[in-house]
Design a protein around this ligand. Structure first.
Ligand SMILES: [Zn+2]
Length: 264
């Protein structure tokens, strides 16, 4: 039988990569040749006719390969590769984080049909946890509001974002987060696009919003600095493969086309 399955190989949340920084896809034969003994192997349920897998292995140095975090690969892989690798990582986390029932403490086992684990005793089930978030670019004419987030060591300016709380709609979250983080009110909230963001299981819902009123006042905890930037005078912004980078670039294109229409 021909060996066509590919395996994402993960150790300590890092992906096995080739020397030039691409994710390595190993066959059964490769895994055996490199003496990997996976403790977990899980199907990705990809759309391809051949099933792909993620395997969890013990960390070891291998000549010709390197281990990289998915975050460090954001700018060097395609959006589709990023999404699939993110799924692989989340499957392993879900597996390791739900080996025991959170209600009665007994072991869990694989659900008979669903992508879930179920308690062997009380039958409570555990689906992979997703955390929906909003991410928004607030704009004011030719300007957009960009913030340097406290979690980012490098001086990089991006959109505002936050987790949706229980009982909130995404639009309510957006209004609350923008007010809390930078002190301004918004109007005319428009959905643009979404992106799974596996750090850990976030689902980013991307919006545009118009500035309504208020002065910029940074909260100093989540946000280090925030400024209005003209579309043609932007600071260091996130990669185009991220939803934040995409929202900003979409805004820039819109302003450019308005400008060129006015000139012609
Ligand atoms: Zn239980």
């Amino acid at each position: 039988m021909q060996d066509t399955h590919v395996h994402y190989v993960v150790a300590d949340e890092k992906f096995l990569c080739t020397e030039d920084g691409k994710i390595a896809f190993l066959s059964h034969a490769d895994l055996a040749r490199l003496n990997f003994e996976p403790d977990i192997k899980h199907a990705l349920k990809s759309k391809s006719s051949e099933e792909d897998f993620v395997v969890s292995v013990a960390y070891k140095e291998i000549p010709g390969f390197s281990w990289r975090t998915l975050r460090s690969l954001v700018e060097s892989v395609t959006e589709e590769e990023f999404q699939t690798a993110g799924r692989a990582l989340q499957i392993l986390r879900w597996h390791f984080d739900h080996q025991y029932c959170g209600r009665c403490g007994k072991p869990t086992e694989q659900h008979a049909r669903d992508f879930a684990k179920v308690c062997v005793s009380c039958k409570l089930d555990f689906y992979p946890r997703l955390s929906p978030c909003i991410i928004t670019l607030v704009t004011r004419g030719d300007e957009c509001l960009l913030a340097w987030h406290a979690r980012s060591k490098d001086e990089k300016y991006s959109c505002l974002a936050g987790f949706i709380e229980m009982g909130e709609s995404p639009e309510q979250t957006l209004e609350r987060e923008v007010k809390e983080e930078v002190g301004v009110s918004v109007a005319n909230i428009r959905y643009v696009a979404s992106q799974p963001w596996p750090f850990p299981g976030q689902l980013m819902l991307g919006y545009f919003a118009d500035y309504a009123e208020g002065d910029l006042t940074v909260d100093g905890e989540e946000i280090r600095a925030a400024y209005w930037y003209r579309y043609d005078q932007l600071p260091n912004i996130p990669a185009a493969s991220t939803i934040s980078g995409r929202l900003i670039r979409t805004f820039v294109q819109e302003r450019q086309s308005i400008r060129s229409n006015n000139e012609s």
